[in-house]
Write a protein that binds this ligand. Structure first.
Ligand code: NAP
Length: 276
């Protein structure tokens, strides 16, 4: 593409940002859709200044990642209802200087799950009580899933369990519970610590659906164990790609090129791992 005075600018803000797959994914989508737009990674510590810059420079839209998803909320002109309930924004649209926040992690997780499991009426062990668990917990609750929340720290675990109106199980008691679905939302097992796993083998049963939202590695130790036990597995790349697709749809109003975005994310991840 040729960059000119009409080129629209999008990006991702966070810290650290070096391993984000979003620039590869969205650049490929803009190119496939024939849009005169570029997407860059902005590492920042100054969220307030960053948002002033987005308004001042007319940056059309940004993805928001760690550690700003909750911090960004008070600086926005409007936050959509779902993002407000979750308390986290991962997508901003700049509508002529008016910054509007959304949360596409929720829909991304739902789409990844919905490909493999009919959610209403299922029971689920939701492992973790951070931002991702919160986003996923909201959609599970909305879809009529019977959640049990499992976490390391009782304080955070109890707090999210209260919000989701579900039981809390301390992590050392996870082995005593059975569920149709297990969703792992902690960073345990993420590269380079790929041999780590919080879930004991006796939790995994044939036919169970196991999702790990970690996407590096694509197949975590948990997912390998789950496969060996005859579980249906869902990796974190699916959620990442689908949340990115919803961002693209919000910014452009165009149906996202899912295959292109998945291929770009996989290729960028492979390149990152080869260069490490
Ligand atoms: P977060 O808000 O920092 O929450 C982390 C959670 O993991 C907390 O519940 C924490 O427990 C738990 N945890 C951390 N280290 C642990 C350990 N050693 N043992 C047991 N529990 C531990 O993080 P987040 O934003 O939810 O993100 C979590 C992970 O999801 C990251 O790996 C991130 O890359 C991934 N993610 C993926 C996608 C995707 O699209 N695939 C989207 C969002 C996030 P405590 O409460 O005890 O501290």
């Amino acid at each position: 593409m040729t960059i000119d005075q009409d080129t629209s600018l999008y990006g991702v803000i966070g810290k650290p940002i070096g391993h984000s797959l979003s620039p590869a994914m969205h650049s490929a989508a803009f190119s496939e859709a024939g849009l005169n737009a570029v997407y860059l990674a902005f590492e920042t510590q100054d969220i307030e200044g960053c948002l002033r810059g987005i308004r001042a420079l007319g940056i059309k839209g940004v993805s928001v990642t760690i550690p700003f998803k909750s911090m960004v909320v008070p600086y926005l002109d409007e936050v959509n209802l779902l993002a407000k309930r979750i308390g986290a924004v991962n997508t901003i649209i700049n509508d002529d200087g008016r910054l509007v926040g959304y949360n596409t992690d929720t829909l991304g997780a739902y789409k990844a799950l919905n490909e493999k499991v009919v959610l209403p009426g299922k029971s689920c062990l939701l492992l973790g009580a951070g931002g991702a668990a919160r986003s996923i917990g909201f959609i599970l609750k909305e879809k009529g899933v019977d959640i049990s929340l499992v976490n390391r720290s009782d304080e955070r675990g109890n707090e999210l369990a209260r919000v989701l109106e579900c039981p809390y199980i301390p992590i050392d008691r996870i082995g005593t519970h059975r569920a149709d679905l297990l969703i792992q939302t902690t960073p345990v097992g993420m590269s380079p610590n790929i041999d780590e796993c919080l879930v004991p083998e006796n939790v995994l049963k044939a036919g169970m659906v196991v999702m790990d939202i970690i996407y590096n590695p694509i197949e975590t130790r948990l997912l390998k164990m789950a496969k060996a036990h005859g579980c249906v597995t869902i990796n974190g790349l699916n959620m990442l790609v689908y949340q990115g697709c919803e961002q693209f749809r919000l910014w452009t109003g165009i149906n996202p090129p899912v295959g292109t975005m998945r291929h770009a994310a996989e290729t960028a991840l492979r390149k990152q791992n080869e260069s490490n």
